[in-house]
Design a protein around this ligand. Sequence first.
Ligand code: NAP
Length: 292
Amino acid sequence: MNLIDGKKISDEIKVELQEKIKVLIDSGRKVPGLVTILVGDDPASQSYVGSKSKGCEQLGMHSKIERLDASISEDELLAVVGKYNADPDYHGILVQLPLPNHIDEDKVVEAIAPEKDVDGFHPISVGNLVIGKDTFFPCTPYGIVELLKRYKIETKGKHVVVVGRSNIVGKPIANMMLQKKEGANSIVTICHSAAEDISKYTMQADILIAAIGRANYITSDMVKEGVVVVDVGINRIDDPESGKGYKIVGDVDFDDVAPKSSYITPVPGGVGRMTIAMLLKNTYEAYLKIEQ
Ligand code: NAP
């Protein structure tokens, strides 16, 4: 069993970006900028945007958190997005989801200029991903592809089984692995809660990507010997022995499945570490497209 170290790879990506940004700074050029729009004061969302902003600053990128009151109207929020679409200092715009119930999330995401859509959620980005054109990939699936590439895990002709069909993980990673491209070109199956018995599918996986949101759901009797396991799940379970009273586990029962796998991502320290690194990479890529 080989551990896929998301911390190591995300640190590598950040160092690569930092070097590129240093070149820009040294030559007196504008640096990439990311604005994160936060509506309301949900503690988890506040923590996510804080980490994203800190990530930018560590690399020498320009970043701003636009904090808006939860009572903001949809039209006012759309106007804020419009303002940043036109602002040359910001190459990436990220609206932290979820938004309050009175705001139509789709409408807000669709208002982001596609060339600044660093979250990759705009329908134009999604469409381009599906048809294999150059686009922004959503950060978590992008991180998975990058982990597989950097660990030189063969994907061509391999059977990738994705469990979960969300718009932010399951569907995009399945579409990415399907593309006739290096680091993909896989045979892809997607399964979800309507499957009577998902082990019928997971047993066939050369590469299993679990994005379900159920703690320790995938067990060793559901996978074949030598499987590559990518665990996207982030689940909080009670743990009276930890100081916090809980711990974070994945969708895969790591201790049970790891001995049967050839490669496996841990939780924490696997896919989760990649998401911000890929957001920073997308922001740099947006900068290159806009400024060159
Ligand atoms: P989601 O929107 O809740 O989707 C879960 C998917 O899993 C759905 O498609 C659901 O099927 C399917 N599912 C649920 N129970 C199942 C079962 N028993 N058998 C088969 N399929 C089942 O979740 P998500 O946003 O994709 O996130 C999935 C997990 O990844 C969560 O733990 C989340 O916290 C984590 N996550 C991590 C990152 C990161 O590392 N940065 C980013 C995003 C998400 P239906 O469609 O039929 O309901």
